[in-house]
Design a protein. Structure first.
Length: 266
């Protein structure tokens, strides 16, 4: 089954009930904006409640998995009111929660770079496969903002110490390092990536679908920490405030102008 109603995504479901959700904006490195956030929310909400869906593979077209938030969208947002930014941030927080809490197992197929919110997408998935060439960076601080909405998911995926280092340094790490800290489960050569994912799909299909949903709901209540309404609202409020600051506006403008930001000294 295929669905062409989405403009930023592709959806195909095979006869086994394995849904392939593909980020399909390679010209922008699959960076997400208002439209992609709405479409990801919609597709995961629908698949999560579809009786004939057994598992979901989240992949991407092109050379990047996702460059995170579209910087032109973020630049526009930096000139909006804090209230408008809050509405935006709440939509993003809701999208992350829908993916993370989806009743069906979600596998990330990372074939290229994942930056910022792209790392957040990986953290919201249950199982992450990546090619050796994949690179990861929690890059928000470079633009004068912070990884607020994705922060709880990053913290839960790799632990507070590793999450804090990634967020503070915005360092670029390779797939091997991402696997060492728990961001990635398995690093697989590109020509073996789909076979490795198929092996995991076969394991999932051998298990009771109701039991898998119960496992996800139960484990979602365990510490490290639940990403509950209060946490989501805190992250939305924080990024809405920071995204409107002069430093954020300078960070976005510098990136788009391909120049160093004002705080980068030669």
């Amino acid at each position: 089954m295929a669905d062409s109603n989405y403009t930023t995504l592709k959806l195909a479901t095979d006869r086994r009930g394995i849904a392939q959700v593909t980020l399909a904006k390679p010209e922008t490195l699959n960076a997400f904006d208002e439209t992609m956030i709405a479409e990801l929310s919609d597709v995961f909400e629908a698949l999560g409640t579809a009786a004939d869906t057994r598992a979901i593979v989240l992949g991407a077209e092109g050379r990047a998995f996702s460059a995170g938030a579209d910087l032109r969208w973020m630049e526009r947002a930096s000139n909006n009111s804090q209230q408008a930014n809050l509405v935006d941030a709440r939509r993003f927080a809701r999208m992350m929660q829908i993916i993370q809490s989806c009743d069906k197992p979600v596998i990330a197929r990372v074939q290229g770079a994942a930056y910022g919110g792209g790392v957040g997408l990986c953290c919201a998935c249950d199982i992450v496969f990546a090619v050796p060439q994949a690179r990861f960076a929690v890059s928000e601080a470079k633009f004068g903002i912070l990884p607020s909405v994705i922060g709880p998911y990053l913290n839960n995926a790799v632990g507070k110490r590793q999450a804090l280092r990634l967020a503070l340094t915005a360092e670029l790490i390779d797939a091997a390092r991402a696997a060492e800290i728990g961001l990635v489960h398995e690093v697989v050569e590109a020509d073996q990536l789909d076979a490795a994912i198929e092996k995991t799909i076969a394991q999932l299909l051998a298990n009771g679908p109701v039991a898998l949903g119960e496992i996800k709901r139960l484990f979602g209540r365990f510490a490290v920490a639940a990403v509950d309404d209060a946490v989501r609202e805190l992250t939305a409020q924080t990024i809405a405030r920071v995204r409107s600051t002069p430093e954020a506006r300078e960070g976005f403008a510098a990136f788009l102008a391909k120049r160093p930001a004002a705080w980068v000294k030669s």
